[in-house]
Design a protein around this ligand. Structure first.
Ligand code: AQP
Length: 333
């Protein structure tokens, strides 16, 4: 049976990068996958502290924001098992076992580790930042996941997941873990509105770099107006020469369901300044209903708690039964 598993970090409100790189794909799977495909979507709160602990109130708040954002965007809790990672202890338990099958050298080569560890002095990097991909592998493998929809930025981490599945099977001479496949999304990577060399990210200190699902029409307009362009005023799609404008064309194309060429044609008579206002309108038209649902959900903590409890009640028995089997295979029972 097909088991689709993925996670998203509660490090803020989901943004258009998360939406087009990940959530939209998930919504498509909800519609197109046959009923016997299991869909697990995990709010990975253990992952959220890999660059250092957050105040407890903030972490709790971020989980609520993420759940509200996902459900407002269309995640259907009857079809998707939506739950919080820390509510299923087997994720952390399997992380230990898998960590003993991986090398520090390989983890240190991960681009995300290299990038995020730069902010620390040598020797001060949290262990959790290094072992982040092992926890990610455990998230997938504890459900014997077969398919993992993630954005393009997660390609290297996915190699670790598949290699660990393979390593475990070889080590213990079994076929317990399937080899999970990465499922790519249509739009590989949405870039920061302030710096087209970086991806749009929840943790970017500059809030103008991203558009969040909670942004009002006014905020979307302001952020689009401030989005980086260049000195030429015509709208073209040349990613190498004009990456900032190219990024906005890609974003418009994703929001409007057009190809970049169609966007350039549509915008042939407007300046980049006007184009940014049209982009804002287009975003608000599509995402304002989601924002309203998001606000309603956020105002109802009981609804969010019920969603998470229900999801954990469905995920936990499966994770426990698989962990029991893993322990049996590896000699821990
Ligand atoms: N800019 C992006 N473009 C396309 N896809 C993206 N994803 C994230 N940013 C982009 C995809 O969203 C899913 C969930 O990501 P995550 O929240 O678990 O972690 P992340 O990739 O680290 O996202 P952020 O926003 O950059 O979070 P922070 O700032 O906390 O690290 C993943 O499938 C990811 O590919």
């Amino acid at each position: 049976n097909k088991v689709v598993m993925s996670g998203i970090q509660p490090t803020g409100v989901p943004h258009l990068g998360n939406y087009f790189g990940f959530v939209e794909n998930w919504l498509r799977l909800q519609k197109t996958e046959p009923a016997d495909t299991q869909l697990f979507l995990c709010v990975v709160d253990w992952h959220a502290i890999t660059t250092g602990p957050l105040p407890a109130v903030e972490l709790r708040d971020n989980v609520r924001k993420m759940v509200a954002g996902l459900v407002a965007a269309g995640v259907d809790c009857k079809r998707t098992v939506l739950f919080r990672q820390s509510a299923v202890p087997e994720h952390a338990e399997l992380t230990w076992l898998l960590g003993c099958l991986e090398t520090t050298a390989r983890l240190q080569r991960m681009p995300q580790y290299k990038d995020k560890s730069l902010q620390y002095k040598k020797g001060d990097v949290p262990v959790g930042l290094l072992t982040y991909p092992i926890l990610q592998a455990a998230d997938v493998l504890i459900y014997r996941g077969t398919h993992v929809p993630v954005g393009d930025d997660q390609t290297q981490h996915m190699h670790i997941v598949t290699d660990l599945a393979d390593h475990f099977n070889k080590q213990y001479k079994c076929e317990f873990f399937p080899k999970p496949l990465k499922m790519a999304s249509a739009l590989a990577r949405v870039k920061s509105l302030r710096d087209p060399t970086k991806k749009m990210s929840k943790s970017d200190p500059d809030a103008r770099s991203r558009i969040e699902l909670s942004d009002t029409v006014q905020t979307v307009r302001e952020k689009c107006k401030k989005a980086l362009t260049d000195t030429e005023s015509v709208v073209t799609f040349e990613m190498d020469r004009r990456p900032a404008v190219g990024n906005l064309v890609l974003l418009y194309a994703a929001v409007a369901g057009l190809s970049p060429d169609q966007v350039v044609k549509e915008m042939s008579s407007v300046t980049t300044g006007e184009f940014k206002l049209r982009l804002a309108e287009c975003i608000s038209q599509r995402f304002e209903p989601i924002r309203q649902r998001y606000e309603e959900l956020l105002a109802s903590p009981d609804t969010i708690n019920a969603i998470l409890e229900d999801g954990a009640a469905k995920a936990r028995p499966i994770a426990k039964s698989n962990m029991d089997e893993i322990k049996r295979i590896a000699g821990f029972s």
